[in-house]
Design a protein around this ligand. Structure first.
Ligand SMILES: NC(=O)c1ccc[n+]([C@@H]2O[C@H](COP(=O)([O-])OP(=O)(O)OC[C@H]3O[C@@H](n4cnc5c(N)ncnc54)[C@H](O)[C@@H]3O)[C@@H](O)[C@H]2O)c1
Ligand SMILES: O=C(O)C1=N[C@H](C(=O)O)CCC1
Length: 233
């Protein structure tokens, strides 16, 4: 598989290593603006760039017939527009706030726990995410996906950083040097707490999931997610 890397920072470099170890070829390492000519020979593009560049990167690929795996977070105000562009161009797309296989299992666990806790008014919910200090967005994309999983399964109607209203999920975002990504959801009552945590030890899991998604999407048309890739439905 010939891969164009859109974003050659911490994740782009990790994905390069993983892709080469799985016998793929990196045909473009893009770390700034690019033209269609730079990526024309790619079978797939993997975008781990920055929030302000993601939409343009992704839609340029659709317009040039290249399937996209998108891991960049913090750009989802334009997600619907990107989907419309993908459909118009008969393209193929997977966005995941977190490509790690463990986190995708954790998403399922979170939804199941929320369903069980939904009737128990004694428990107050809270979420915490911890990432490295270079992270541009807060809360993390993963925390937003986790909050959406809770909203779908409880009477909570939204989320807010720090001071949430009664019907919202409070998210605390901490930035600590060199932390790859830790997410916890806690249900606290007067008598006990229930807490689930996913801790990434490094970035290898994110990269492996993104390369597996890229292998999976080749030859397909449509909009998919990691549940499709990992057969979690
Ligand atoms: N979905 C996941 O599993 C997952 C995992 C880790 C990180 N992320 C997200 O991926 C993104 C990148 O993370 P990172 O840690 O590699 O960040 P990073 O800052 O190390 O790398 C981003 C790179 O994008 C480059 N860039 C800037 N403008 C660009 C453009 N127009 N086109 C292409 N590249 C451009 C920057 O020069 C930089 O090298 C972030 O949004 C982060 O939240 C997602
Ligand atoms: O390092 C980052 O930045 C990460 N971003 C994703 C998010 O926002 O959830 C995934 C975890 C690492």
């Amino acid at each position: 598989m010939k891969i164009a890397l859109l974003g050659y920072g911490k994740m782009g470099k990790m994905i390069e290593q993983t892709a080469i170890s799985r016998n793929h070829e990196i045909i473009a390492k893009i770390d700034n603006e690019f033209t269609a000519g730079d990526i024309k020979n790619a079978d797939v593009a993997i975008d781990f760039s920055i929030p302000s560049a993601a939409f343009n990167n992704i839609t340029t690929c659709f317009k040039n017939g290249i399937p996209v795996i998108s891991g960049t977070t913090g750009w989802l105000d334009k997600y619907d527009e990107a989907i419309a562009c993908c459909k118009k161009n008969n393209g193929a797309f997977i966005y995941a706030s977190n490509f790690s296989l463990g986190v995708n299992i954790f998403f399922q666990l979170n939804a199941y726990l929320a369903q069980m806790m939904s009737g128990l008014k004694e428990y107050q919910i809270g979420m915490e995410e911890i990432h490295h200090t270079q992270k541009l967005d807060a809360p993390s994309g993963t925390a937003i996906t986790l909050a959406e999983g809770i909203i779908k399964n409880t009477s909570k109607t939204g989320w807010k950083l720090d001071h949430a209203g009664e019907h919202e999920i409070p998210i605390v975002a901490k930035r600590i040097e060199n932390v790859p990504g830790t997410h916890s959801i806690r249900y606290s009552s007067k008598v006990d707490d229930i807490e689930i945590t996913h801790t990434a030890h490094n970035r290898e899991g994110f990269a492996l999931g993104a390369v597996i998604a890229a292998e999976w999407i080749i030859g397909k048309t449509g909009i998919f997610d990691m549940k499709d890739v990992l057969n979690l439905r």
